[in-house]
Design a protein around this ligand. Sequence first.
Ligand code: F6P
Length: 373
Amino acid sequence: MEKFIGILTAGGDSPGLNAAIRAIGKTAIASFGMQVIGFRDGFRGLVENRTVRLDQTALSGILTIGGTLLGTSRDKPHRFPMGDQILDMTDTIVDTYHKHHLDVLVCLGGGGTHKNAFRLLQKGLNIITLPKTIDNDLAMTDTTLGFDTALSIATEAIDRLHSTAHSHHRIIVVGVMGHNAGWLALGAGIAGGANVILIPEIPYNVHIVADAIRQRRSSGKNFSIVAIAEGAMSKEEAQALLAATATREKAKTKDEKKKAKAKLIQLKTQQADNTLHLSKQLENMTGLESRVTILGHLQRGGTPSATDRLLATQLGTACTSLIHDENYGVMTALRGKRVEPVRLEEVVGKRKTVPLDHPWIETAQNVGISLGN
Ligand code: F6P
């Protein structure tokens, strides 16, 4: 029987999303005679019933285009902003799904999207997800769509910063995305030849970072590149965050909860300024001039790498085969060279951070990169 597929992209965009949409759609239409529609702007498109027909024409010419032709948002079905209210719109989404006689909803996204997709699965919808995030922090898959491209962009940026840091005898502190995981900063830092790499998994000691830079200077190298992940923290900040989290968990009264939440927000806001703060600290401690480059959304923009196009196409075609087999409630995960279905229960609510025994950590240390610990 002909099947109807709905597709949405949610969370932060990343290169390779269009390639994945194309792969799902082309295989579905050409190999299985299925029909495909897209929902605009993530789960919002299901709440507002805004769709786009994904036929052969719409799917053509999009392989190399960055972003997502469907648009995206970080809206959550169960906490959905409607005017000045926050409402649970899950039932509306379920209605839209049935209105379109969908057999399956395919959700392309990261950790947040997986939580939302899982809630819809629990409401009885057929769901398949594709792992997409430049942060590479989804559990149960070797890698995620967009990571390779972002890694190349961050690496190239670090490459380019070398010559200007060298010419001016400066420290350059490069802020790399990655949310609370250090994959991007560590990978790009090693590949781009950073001298110091700071990641959330290894809280840093600023004195050790300054020492590493001073040692370079004594050996005649008057510049240093410090790659810092946006979630990286000093040892003191990590301890303060741990203590504040414990206080929030123990808080009983409304007032205690409010105070604990305020403290956590204050610490996180402070942490968001870490890159600038670290640059100032290093300047004072080493006597070298320091500058900051925050790569930000540049890492999510533009055309996907060959590796991400291949991954998107492999994940997308595997997804359509799973739909054909009615194997729902799964994420298409890359395991070794193959794409395998993994139950969503095994993915949701877990974050894949860099394990301390990961080979990249040893590799970095072996080539003399300081990890600030
Ligand atoms: O999850 C991808 C990501 O780019 C993270 O690395 C970053 O913390 C976050 O999204 C930024 O989100 P936004 O685009 O909503 O500012």
